[in-house]
Each structure stands twice: as C-alpha cells, then as structure tokens.
Design a protein around this ligand. Structure first.
Ligand SMILES: NC(=O)c1ccc[n+]([C@@H]2O[C@H](COP(=O)([O-])OP(=O)(O)OC[C@H]3O[C@@H](n4cnc5c(N)ncnc54)[C@H](O)[C@@H]3O)[C@@H](O)[C@H]2O)c1
Ligand SMILES: [Zn+2]
Length: 368
C-alpha cells in the first residue's frame, strides 16, 4: 500500500493500476511503491538517452544494488531483436519470474522494454516511469506495448497493463523542445477528442505551456484523463479506442513517407489532424470557424512545415496494401472541438483532399 495517493487508478479489463503525477516523484519512488524497497528482485530498464541522467536518479532512489540495463530508444531499434537482447541480459543478471521491472524513458523504450517484460518468463510485472511528454500523457497509459516489424509499426505486441505509472514532471525539464512539442500535439488531440476546456487552456496559455510552468502539468493531467476515459470506456462500448487515431491515419502516411526520423510522431499527428479537418469540413460535419480554431491552435505550437516528400508514398502508406485500393478508409473526424467520431466510409478521393490540404497549409507556413 502506497503512502502517496495516486492521481488516478485506471481500471481496465486486463488489470487495474495507479497513476501518480507530480514533481520530484522519482526521488520518492520507494515511498510511492514500497515493494521497490523490500527484498524482492528489482531490475531497472532505462532508455539509452536518459540512462545516465534519469535512469541514475531512479537507481539512486532505490537505495540498493539492482541490475541496470540500458534499452535502445530509437524507432529503428524498437524490434524483436532488441527485445531478445534485453531478455538475454535479464537472464544473465538472474532476473526471475517474481521480479519487478522499472522502465524509465520515453515511449520507444517504454514499448520495447514493456513488451520484453510482458513476455519474459510469460510476463513479469513492470512499472512505467515515462520521461517524455508523449509517454506521460499517451504511451504509458492504456496498457499496450509493442515493437515494430519490417512491414509496419507496432505489429508485434500485447495488452500488458503496468503495475503502476509514475509521472514526474521534473523529468520534462531536460526534454528537447522538439520532443516537448511532439507531446503537445497529442495533448491538443485529446482536447479536440473530448475536452474543450483542455483545448481552450492550450490556446490561451501557449507561452506558459511552452515555458513548462505549472500549466503544463494541468495539460498532462487533463490529457491523461481523456485517454483513461477512452481506454476504459472501450471495454463497455466496443471499439471507441479507435478514436485515439484522430490525426493518425494521414499522419502515419507523412511519417512513413519521410522515413520516421525527419519529423517527430507528434508533428505527423499535427499535420494529420489538419488533413482530417479538411475532410470533415468538406463533408460539412465540421464548421469553418471550428476548423480554423483547431488548425490555428496546432500551428501556433510552432508546428514545423512538412519536409519534401513523395505524395505517392503518403498514399501507399495510408492504403497499406494494394488490396485496400479503391476501398474505403476508417478515419476519425472532428465534429466540433471536444467531439469526434469514427467514420468507416472515407473514400480515396477524400484522403487525397486531406493530404493535399495539409501539404498546402505546410507550403504556405514555410514561405511565411
Ligand atoms: N503503447 C502505446 O499505447 C503508445 C502510444 C503512443 C505512442 N507510442 C510509441 O511511443 C513512441 C514514441 O515515444 P516518444 O515520443 O516518447 O519518443 P522516444 O521514446 O523516442 O523519445 C524521444 C527522445 O527523447 C529522449 N528523451 C526521453 N526522455 C527525455 C528527457 N526527460 N530528457 C531528455 N531527453 C529525453 C530519448 O532518449 C529520445 O531520444 C513510438 O514508438 C510510438 O509508437 C506507444
Ligand atoms: Zn500518437
């Protein structure tokens, strides 16, 4: 039992887990999760990029010797090969089935190490300590972990709820600006999906949020609540979880067409939302002032223009596979700020219109 009250307890069919939010929580991790300080086995799996900073902070906070394993945190290394390496290193360290893994890092390491933990000896318990904004408000919540296959992103994975999530806002202080922005587009997504107040806060407090003051913490809390609302509702109402794909269908096309390194995931989602809004506007389901408000909010967070890309590659990525050609696409479209819906009848022509609209806006912003 923890002496520190969690912000929320997420109740999913696959398991329930507490989420803690606050400052300097990493230093108090043993207070938060007393079993980390007891005699049971604990292994730290830390993302390469922050292993010597936040990874060390966690190791020190544990106050005892524990195996410390570095996890590659690039999208290219989010593979079964890396998972096998992590498992091999855990075996060398004598990690057993009753051990607890503490996973520290962004979504890439969280997904890779989380998947490794979920299959190691048929699954050991693990705790997420997300250190990017995106990981705090998105990937650490919802109980999904996955790695990439040569043929596509996140194709190998499992439903594996963590034993807990510890979000320390302090870790965001070292996050590069571009990674901060990447998470902010996902926060705007959450606002458009289900929380108009969150959206309005992000419009009116842009400067404060970019300077990472306390408003950023309220943004994280609100976005987490949107995600929790959707992943828990999902179990009652079928596939509402697909709502989380707002901005992701065409965004994925931009990401794939540019090779996953040039733009961040969040940038791609930002442009994907602008593309989806053009489709919704054309259908007459999203009013022009709402479209303008959403698009301007996204652009106002210094959304970088899209790099040059082959339009054909974008469509190939969206249609995935030749057999979808000519068929209808499933896309999430906004009806108003705070309300979106899943549509399963989006035509190829509409997808083209959306892609071209985003490329057009991007060309205009880059020439400003
Ligand atoms: N499982 C899910 O439900 C889910 C949901 C959304 C996204 N994802 C996955 O998340 C991944 C993206 O995660 P991400 O955006 O966190 O990127 P990331 O994990 O690649 O981190 C981005 C960069 O920031 C560095 N970094 C991390 N924390 C830092 C800190 N505190 N200070 C300084 N640098 C830091 C990392 O080393 C890395 O170079 C994708 O692979 C995506 O598929 C998963
Ligand atoms: Zn996303």
């Amino acid at each position: 039992v923890s002496v520190v009250a969690p912000f929320r307890v997420v109740r999913q069919q696959t398991g329930s887990y507490p989420v803690w939010l606050g400052r300097r929580l990493v230093e108090r991790i043993v207070e938060i999760l007393p079993e980390l300080g007891s005699s049971g086995g604990v292994v730290v799996l830390a993302a390469d990029g922050i292993a010597s900073s936040w990874g060390e902070t966690v190791r020190t906070a544990l106050g005892r010797e524990v195996p410390f394993i570095r996890v590659p945190d690039s999208e290219e290394k989010k593979t079964v090969t890396t998972v096998e390496q992590i498992i091999g290193t855990m075996l060398e360290h004598g990690v057993g089935r009753d051990w607890l893994a503490v996973i520290v890092g962004g979504g890439t390491a969280g997904d890779t190490a989380g998947f490794a933990a979920s299959v190691f000896m048929r699954g050991i318990r693990f705790i997420h300590v997300p250190t990017t904004l995106l990981a705090q408000l998105d990937s650490s919540i919802g109980g999904k972990v996955a790695v990439n296959h040569r043929l596509g992103k996140n194709l190998i994975g499992s439903f594996a709820p963590p034993a807990g999530v510890v979000c320390d806002f302090e870790t965001l202080s070292t996050l590069p600006a571009r990674e901060l922005r990447s998470g902010l587009y996902e926060a705007l997504k959450a606002g458009v999906l289900a929380d108009r107040k969150l959206f309005d806060t992000m419009v009116s407090h842009r400067g404060a949020i970019l300077s990472r003051d306390a408003t950023l913490e309220t943004v994280v809390a609100a976005a987490i609540d949107v995600k929790i609302g959707i992943v828990t509702m999902d179990e009652r109402e079928g596939d509402r979880r697909r709502l989380l794909n707002y901005g992701h269908t065409i965004g994925h096309g931009f990401e794939t067409a540019t090779g996953y390194r040039v733009i961040t995931h969040g940038d791609a989602v930002g442009w994907g939302m602008i593309a989806a809004n053009a489709i919704a506007r054309e259908r007459g389901i999203l009013a022009a002032p709402e479209q303008t408000a959403i698009d301007e909010a996204i652009l106002s967070y210094d959304l970088e223009p899209l790099p040059p890309m082959d339009r054909g590659d974008v469509f190939d990525a969206i249609t995935h596979d030749k057999k979808f050609r000519g068929g209808k696409r499933v896309m999430v479209l906004a009806l108003e700020i705070g309300r979106c819906e899943v549509f399963d009848d989006v035509s190829e022509k509409e997808v083209e219109l959306g892609v071209d609209a985003a490329l057009g806006v991007s060309a205009r912003t880059s020439s400003r």
